[in-house]
Ligand binder design. Structure first.
Ligand code: GDP
Ligand code: GDP
Length: 460
């Protein structure tokens, strides 16, 4: 599970500035979820090699009497879902009534919570920040988000203990996977490592926006009452893991819709949680994105797809509610989907009706295919042969008068499949040729449902 850091505080204290700083590192992906969450933004960031999720909660409006109401909805949920809350205050403005109201709320939570005084540039930070100790939330961390000052130290002090804890847990859980990867990277040997991997149940995350039909689909897959799932303790960000068997194969459904969970008063809020969805993507083998045929692909769907792509997960898309549409409408929807989903042409599209059960069975064919593609072992000889064929069919271009030359290829890992290509001037290869190579490999290896990553290295 990725640690989650929520940024909270009044408007204008510098939350967005800090968010941008944190997510700017590497090719972090930031997704807006307009409508659902007002201003909330989600990003992936890394510190010291560890990935985490940052949530910018948007301003808690400091209009005092409004604070309870404001706190009650999305920001409250963000705080609840977070492992760490960074409570930002403005060192120049000093402590306000709204700051105190927020602090009162935070003190009641059992959360790791840190006060971060921003905008300490050009002022005497120590004397300006002293009053924030009255918030009774411990140490005051000084930063200047706009100038990137104090941020590494802040992360070190706030994240490090949690990361150490999570790393220790991870070690226990994934120890044997690491061994498999080592074996795989040696490139040789028999198929036993792949076999061991394939014996594990495939973890399938059913994700999508509210009301697209995730619960209906989950129930359909499980066959209504065949499976009894007990209420499990957990927070709003926890999905439910449901083991199931289909055609003698084992799967674990990661149910983000909370189908089998006891209904709660806060059900509406609980039903869709971006954090829950992101964690499910992170933890699964295959993502099943459900979209509503009548709504098409929304920006939120694209954000979810972006996260799935970024994490390298296998992907199957179910276009649900395909019942009761006339042919003209169906054609129009298909054209629109092609246009919007051009960037993930590796994912199989299924037109289904969760309500009537039409097409649901076939989903698993694509899920299996995607998982097998993602974990398939490919020999160095094969990768090389395909590279040579691709190069013979279509030469790499000339760059500054010299032809780019691909010399050697080998596997760099799986899930998603990574191919490492060595050659001369490979860093100058245009994107169009990289895409050509990727598609060539995809076709030759019959890899569907998973992204393929190709890394280029200069030299032999
Ligand atoms: P948010 O509403 O909490 O997300 O705040 P923003 O990130 O939008 O920042 C509000 C204003 O404070 C902007 O004009 C920023 O440029 C400014 N600001 C943010 N960080 C700093 C800082 O470290 N120093 C100074 N002097 N200004 C800052
Ligand atoms: P979730 O929020 O994604 O879990 O969505 P639900 O499963 O709760 O479904 C939302 C609404 O869409 C419900 O009223 C369902 O009955 C309806 N629905 C789900 N699947 C289908 C379908 O295949 N066809 C039609 N026509 N309606 C569906």
């Amino acid at each position: 599970m990725l640690p989650v850091i929520a940024l909270v505080g009044r408007p204008n204290v510098g939350k967005s500035t800090l968010f941008n700083r944190l997510t700017r590192t590497r090719d972090a992906l930031v997704a807006d979820f307009p409508g659902l969450t007002r201003d909330r933004k989600y990003g992936q960031a890394s510190y010291d090699g560890y990935e985490f999720i940052v949530v910018d909660t948007g301003g808690i409006d400091g209009s005092e009497e409004g604070i309870e109401i404001e706190m009650a909805d999305q920001s409250l949920l963000a705080i609840e879902e977070a492992d760490i809350v960074l409570f930002l205050v403005d060192a120049r403005v000093g402590m306000t009534v709204a700051d105190q109201a927020i602090a009162n709320h935070l003190r009641k939570q059992e959360k790791k919570c840190f006060v971060v005084a921003n905008k300490t540039d050009g002022i005497d930070a120590d004397s300006n920040c002293a009053e924030f100790y009255q918030l009774s939330l411990g140490e005051i961390h000084h930063i200047a988000a706009a100038h990137g000052r104090g941020i590494t130290l802040l992360l070190e002090q706030t994240l490090q203990p949690l990361i150490a804890e999570l790393a220790a847990q991870d070690e226990e859980v994934t120890g044997d996977d690491e061994e498999l990867i080592d074996l795989y990277e040696e490139g040789e040997g028999d198929d036993t490592d792949h076999q061991a991997f394939a014996d594990k149940p495939v973890k399938l995350a059913i994700i999508g926006r509210p009301n697209v039909g995730k619960s209906t689909l989950t129930n359909r897959i499980l066959g209504e009452d065949r499976v009894i799932v007990y209420d499990m303790p957990g927070t709003t960000r926890d999905s439910i893991y449901i083991p199931m068997t289909r055609n003698d194969k084992e799967y674990v459904l990661i149910d983000t819709a909370g189908v089998r969970k006891r209904k709660k008063v806060s059900d509406v809020v609980e039903k869709f949680s971006v954090i829950k969805t992101l964690q499910a993507i992170e933890d699964c083998n295959v993502v099943l994105l459900v979209v509503d045929a009548r709504d098409g692909i929304s920006d939120q769907d694209l954000s979810l797809l972006g996260f799935a792509l970024n994490s390298g997960r296998s992907l199957v898309i179910a276009v649900n509610k395909w019942d009761g549409l006339d042919d003209y409408v169906k054609d129009r929807i298909k054209t629109e989907l092609d246009r919007r989903l051009g960037f993930i042409d590796f994912a199989r599209l299924h037109f289904i009706s969760a309500l009537h059960g039409t097409g649901v069975g076939h989903l698993f064919e694509s899920v299996d295919e995607a998982y097998e593609s993602a974990t398939k072992r490919i020999s160095t000889a094969m990768l090389r042969r395909i590279m040579d064929m691709a190069q013979a069919d279509h030469q790499p271009p000339l760059v500054r008068g010299r032809r780019v030359k691909l010399k050697y290829a080998h596997a760099g890992g799986y899930n998603p499949p990574r191919i490492v290509i060595h050659g001369n001037q490979v860093h100058d290869l245009p994107d169009s040729y990289k895409r050509y190579l990727m598609n060539y490999y995809r076709k030759a290896l019959k890899i569907m449902g998973t992204p393929i990553k190709i890394e280029f290295r200069e030299g032999d």
